[in-house]
Design a protein around this ligand. Structure first.
Ligand SMILES: Nc1ncnc2c1ncn2[C@@H]1O[C@H](COP(=O)(O)OS(=O)(=O)O)[C@@H](OP(=O)(O)O)[C@H]1O
Length: 370
């Protein structure tokens, strides 16, 4: 047999020589490594699950780690557009306090800095605050922390450095925001926020207090199915029809009373009232008002929304940092239980004077009593 044929025969029948096999494994490893590096550069490699700071909200806020990660992609895109070589990713705080963040490439390259918020969505619980924040985040000049920090109610003793550390990095001209709906009903919150910044822009999403109360109850019911009925919790005494105003679901809806507390520290012009109802029927209109209030160009318009028939709510055609349509999660837009219409009527009567006062204070008729 000729030598060449013999050699070929040997190659086919014998296993790959060790050195070739080693090279192959090495190449495969480096290929996988490069893929991982690219994946990280695309800002998708989160090695640690992030803490969710306890809040009223279950799933929408997500972890602080993923929130910060998402934000960085947008900034990176903007930097790349400007031709700056910003690459890298900052690690989110472990919820432990100021100074816990390792120095990242972004920090070294000076890509923005963490700032205390200049605008806060302070309420109200179940008003539509998540929808507003998610929609606002589409704006390139807004950067927001997704999870609720609860700084001015539950975590105040942790200090401003802790609070600042939760915030995403911002470039000059970008507004840092957060939302914690319980601030609106927290007695200490106005004084504390004012002590931090007298210029703070405050946003309150309000919704018909009766539907809000039912929404609040629906959320609690989803977590604790054995709670008493809405009807029995509403009244101190069913026969006298005396409303139990100590029940938080009822209390929160007395907007005029809570607002009085804020007006001791902030002029009314520094507070924007957003209609929770119009956030559903005309999100672009409400977002227009919010952008004006924040002194931003009206970038978010009706082109950003579509009405999702299955969800029954407006959704984003493209979410922040993504090209995909995005609706809020299943904890937003829950089906409410049927409530005895007599009880609903009684609650409407109860809220009417407070609503009137609220319309008068804000100069806006929200139409809950028409
Ligand atoms: N676009 C869109 N998609 C889904 N849901 C929407 C939207 N806009 C407003 N809403 C209403 O938001 C209600 C929840 O309010 P919050 O986000 O403020 O709730 S929370 O306090 O943060 O838990 C939620 O209340 P429920 O319907 O009772 O679940 C919704 O009615």
């Amino acid at each position: 047999m000729p030598r060449a044929t013999m050699a070929l025969g040997a190659t086919i029948s014998e296993p790959l020589p060790r050195s070739i096999f080693k090279k192959f494994v090495l190449m495969l490893c480096s290929l996988l490594m490069s893929l991982y590096v690219f994946y990280c550069l695309a800002d998708r490699c989160h090695t640690m699950p992030g803490p969710i700071i306890g809040g009223s909200e279950e799933e929408e806020g997500g972890s602080l780690v993923s929130e910060l990660g998402q934000g960085q992609s947008v900034k990176r895109k903007r930097l790349l557009q400007r031709g700056q070589p910003g690459i890298g990713r900052s690690m989110a705080p472990g919820g432990s306090g100021a100074g816990s963040e390792p120095v990242s490439t972004l920090t070294l390259l000076g890509e923005g800095s963490k700032k205390l918020p200049q605008a806060i969505i302070i309420g109200v619980k179940k008003g539509g605050t998540r929808a507003l924040l998610e929609f606002l985040r589409v704006h390139p000049d807004i950067r927001a922390v997704g999870a609720e920090p609860h700084f001015f109610d539950r975590n105040y003793e942790k200090g401003f450095d802790w609070y600042r550390d939760l915030m995403p990095r911002t470039l000059d001209g970008q507004i840092t925001m957060e939302k914690t709906p319980s601030y609106f009903v927290t007695k200490e919150a106005p004084a504390r926020i004012s002590a931090m910044s007298k210029d703070m822009k405050l946003i309150v999403v309000v919704r018909d207090p009766v539907t809000r109360a039912i929404s609040d109850y629906t959320q609690t019911l989803s977590k604790r199915p054995d709670i008493p009925t809405f009807e029995s919790l509403t009244f101190k005494n069913r026969t006298t029809s005396l409303i139990d105003t100590s029940w938080s679901a009822i209390q929160i809806g007395i907007y005029a009373k809570h607002l009085e507390n804020w007006l001791l520290y902030f002029p009314i012009g520094q507070i924007l009232f957003v209609s929770g109802e119009r956030m559903i029927t005309d999100p672009a209109g409400e977002l227009g008002r919010v952008q004006d209030f924040l002194g931003l160009k009206r970038i978010i318009t009706d082109k950003h929304f579509y009405f999702n028939q299955t969800k029954g709510f407006p959704c984003l055609k493209k979410a922040e940092g993504s090209s995909k349509p995005h609706c809020l999660g299943k904890t937003k837009g829950r089906t409410h239980p049927n409530i005895d219409q007599e009880v609903v009527q009684r609650l409407r009567e109860f809220y009417r004077p407070f609503n009137m006062k609220f319309y008068q204070m804000t100069g806006l008729n929200f139409g809950w009593d028409n």
